[in-house]
Every structure is written in C-alpha cells, then in structure tokens.
Design a protein. Structure first.
Length: 213
C-alpha cells in the first residue's frame, strides 16, 4: 500500500492554476502513477485524459476516480445534482508499489460535502502536499492563505510549483513570507508534452524520503 513516503498530493491556490500540468510533470520526474479522487465534469478530456496525453504513459499508470460526476462544478454541487453523497471515508489510496501523484479538485477550501473540504481529504490521505500557484498578480495573497490553512491542520508541505510566465518578484515574496521551497517553475510552454515537461528540472530533490516540513 502507498504510504506517506510514497507520493504527493497536488493541490492549488485556486482552480485553473495548473495542477494538471504540475501533476504530469511530477509523474514524469518521479516515474509515478496518477490518481484523481474526484472528477467533476466528464466531457473529454478529463484531467486524467490530459495527464495521460501530456505524459504518454500507459493506461496502467492511471487509477480510476472514486467519484465521477457529470457537471463541471464544485464536487459538492456536481454530486448534489446527481443525488450523490461524497463520503470522505470512501477515499482510499490505490494499491501500488510505485510513487503516487494525487490531484485534488480546485483549491483547498473547495467543498466535497456539507462537512468536508479538499483540505480534509489531504489530511485524511496523509500525503505531503505540493501547492501549485500561478505566477502573476494576486498569487502572493492566495499562496500565503493556502500555506497558512495547511499549516493550521499540520499538513506536511513538500514545496511549491509555480505556473506561468516567470515573475521573480512574486517568487521572492512567496519564498520569503511563505517560508516554502520552490520545487519548480513551469514557464509558459508552447507545447505541453513529455519532452517539454522533462526539460524542466526540479530545483530541489524530489526523492520520496518523507523529509518535508
């Protein structure tokens, strides 16, 4: 069974900050498998479809979602429209002997049901978190709030991935005020594929040793 030293939970400061690209990047650099616990919106391509396309890895490296919901909405609302109750106890890490990359839905405080949020799922699965943020204006506030929320729940933070055109002043502020390591910056890519993602090297050791904050 995957344990705390064998994977990362990819979460974001918001929706559309590049979690899926970051997940694909992590898969390639760690030779990992992928799992999206909750997929809201089944119109292809889903996030799993995108990661498979970006990485060109075999289908066997991808684990089925626990909940597949039709509407491209917050999981709690998509589930409500299908008369489905998302139960946090139904989420269990897939069996694998390899590293596992888990991609969350939206940001940390996205509701799953009346009582639980994505941040509660991170806590339950007990994997170190990689926080993904956009590079541009507004990212400092969103990032610091997200880091504070995770630290308040004693969630291990492995580091951050920043997506988008490089903004050194924002990166510096995040490192200084957030007291967090930057794992990688994924600049704007003309094409997102295996080669372009592998060309971006990790800035810190990604080896899964459990040595997180």
């Amino acid at each position: 069974m995957t344990d705390i030293h064998q994977g990362y939970f990819i979460t974001g400061t918001d929706t559309d900050v590049g979690k899926t690209v970051a997940a694909a990047w992590c898969m390639l650099h760690l030779k990992a498998e992928y799992w999206k616990p909750t997929q809201s919106g089944l119109e292809p391509p889903t996030d799993t479809d995108k990661v498979r396309e970006y990485t060109q890895l075999p289908t066997s490296d991808f684990h089925p979602e626990t909940y597949r919901l039709k509407a491209p909405l917050s999981p709690h609302e998509a589930a409500r429209r299908e008369n489905v109750q998302i139960e946090i106890d139904q989420f269990r890490l897939p069996q694998t002997s390899r590293p596992l990359i888990v991609e969350g839905a939206g940001g940390l405080m996205v509701p799953l049901n009346d009582n639980n949020f994505v941040i509660d799922l991170i806590k339950k699965l007990a994997l170190p978190a990689i926080l993904v943020a956009r590079s541009g204006l507004g990212t400092i506030n969103h990032t610091l709030l997200s880091l504070e929320a995770m630290r308040a729940r004693d969630i291990k933070i492995a580091g951050m991935i920043i997506n988008g055109s490089k903004a050194p002043h924002n990166r510096q502020a995040i490192e200084e005020y957030g007291k967090v390591a930057i794992i990688a910056e994924i600049d704007h890519l003309q094409q997102i594929n295996k080669d372009s993602l592998l060309a971006i090297k990790p800035e810190i050791d990604l080896a899964l040793k459990g040595s997180c904050e």
